[in-house]
Design a protein around this ligand. Sequence first.
Ligand SMILES: [Fe+2]
Length: 138
Amino acid sequence: MVDIKWDDSLSVNVELIDHQHKELIKRISDISEAVDTNQSPEVIVNTLLFMSEYADFHFSTEERHMKEQNYPAMEHHLKQHEEFKSMVQTMIMDFKEEGATPALGKSINTYLMNWLIDHIKGIDLKFGEFLHSSGFSE
Ligand SMILES: [Fe+2]
């Protein structure tokens, strides 16, 4: 079980983005819980879809602000978003084909949350700083 709670170390100092990150963490925790409580592949796939819908929405929010502010590191940032999206699609396909195998469950539990936390601390924080320095206000 990945039991990660949002805390100030994850704050990008942009309320809208922080709010979306909290929701994403919650939806990833729900997937992990579905895996750990041995839910059927259908249920797990649904939690994955529910999370990926929100991830798409969240990424497009960030990307809109990057474009509006001409963010210099946008290309690299978008690439990471694309990698996450394609990994989630692969997981959904694998679950549909193979069912809820322990290996898949484990990869979900480690990959999704680790990716998000690394992504926030690695490059979303930088983006938040950039937004502030470019005079962005919510
Ligand atoms: Fe991001």
